[in-house]
Write a protein that binds this ligand. Structure first.
Ligand SMILES: [Zn+2]
Ligand SMILES: [Zn+2]
Ligand SMILES: [Zn+2]
Ligand SMILES: [Zn+2]
Length: 314
């Protein structure tokens, strides 16, 4: 049986002695302790080679890295190795160093480079600046299909809702009992506190710049909230009563169902979990019901119960 020897110093590795093993070779414990390690695989090597933008790697990793195509950083044009951590969104990649050193990030998507500052919101990247809805956007192509969609839920909604694009702090503030305690920097945090679109006394308050998918889902729920207010002669759905809890749960359910129907999976997932407050009312009840009841039955249940509760509690 051939004796084992250290790949690095060639000395014999006596049986019973501990050693390091990788890439099909063994390294003695003394070399393991004294040699610098490869930044990719941690192999202790006396032949480390420098790869620009990656660091010192062992001779084994150098081979595979030089063959690897990797990705190009959208901001600095530097190479990003597949195994290196990086940011990916909008079909672009950004290297870890550009991400870390970014002074400002997009409020909507956290992209580490902004092209503009939106008042009442924060930085916006070139992609969100182009795609997001703002007060300048034509909402008709979204609102009219939403109107016919909501008929299936038993609601007749306005095709020309009165939208007010205001500071996100205001929009979230109206939905909170302690609005001053809110600290957040990004959209994905905002949706944990409340809705980016909120109906109150005949107006829909919207944050200044919002991605289409999120607008569609939240707007659907708020159009329903407004229709309930119209039918039952209310200003809003805030407060503690079984009627209001049911009404809020139902509008939250409609937001969720809209996202589900349109296959906005990420939006649906967030709506099923957040906000963690009294805002979604009896939403969980509708969610549980959807497992064994048909959509039409859920719609009937909601409207029947709203009527009953209104007589009892309004
Ligand atoms: Zn050795
Ligand atoms: Zn290595
Ligand atoms: Zn970069
Ligand atoms: Zn963005």
């Amino acid at each position: 049986m051939p004796k084992d020897s250290c790949y690095s110093c060639r000395k014999e590795i006596v049986s019973g002695q501990s050693f390091y093993e990788d890439h099909g070779v063994k390294v003695c414990i003394s070399c393991f302790r004294n040699l610098k390690r490869c930044q990719k695989c941690k192999f202790p090597s006396n032949q480390l080679l420098q790869v620009k933008g990656f660091g010192d790697v062992c001779e084994f990793c150098y081979q595979s890295l030089s063959k690897e195509e990797g990705m190009t950083c959208y901001l600095c044009n530097g190479k990003i190795w597949t195994s290196a951590s990086h940011y990916a969104d909008h079909g672009k990649f950004v290297c870890q160093s550009c991400f870390k050193n970014a002074k400002t990030r997009c409020f909507t998507c956290r992209f580490p480079h902004v092209v503009n500052e939106i008042s009442g919101q924060g930085g916006v990247c070139e992609f969100c600046a182009e795609k997001n809805l703002t007060r300048e956007s034509d909402l008709k192509p979204m609102l009219s299909p939403l109107g016919s969609f909501l008929e299936k839920f038993g609601h007749e909604v306005s095709s020309k809702p009165n939208l007010l694009w205001v500071n996100w702090k205001l929009v979230i503030g109206m939905q909170q009992d302690n609005p001053n305690n809110i600290e957040l920097q990004f959209f994905d945090e905002l949706v944990r506190f409340g809705y980016p679109v909120y109906y109150l006394k005949g107006l829909y308050y919207v944050i200044p710049s919002i991605p289409r998918k999120w607008f569609m889902a939240y707007m659907a729920g708020q159009l329903v909230a407004a229709d309930i207010c119209r039918k039952y002669d209310l200003f809003h759905l805030r407060g503690n009563s079984p009627f209001l809890g049911l009404a809020r749960g139902w509008s939250h359910w409609v937001s969720y169902s809209t996202a589900k129907t349109l296959k906005y999976d990420r939006v649906a997932k967030v709506i099923s979990r957040w906000p963690e407050s009294s805002l979604p009312g009896n939403f969980q009840k509708f969610l549980a019901m959807s497992e064994f009841r048909k959509p039409a039955e859920i719609v009937e249940f909601a409207h029947d119960n709203l009527k009953t509760y209104a007589k009892k509690y309004l």
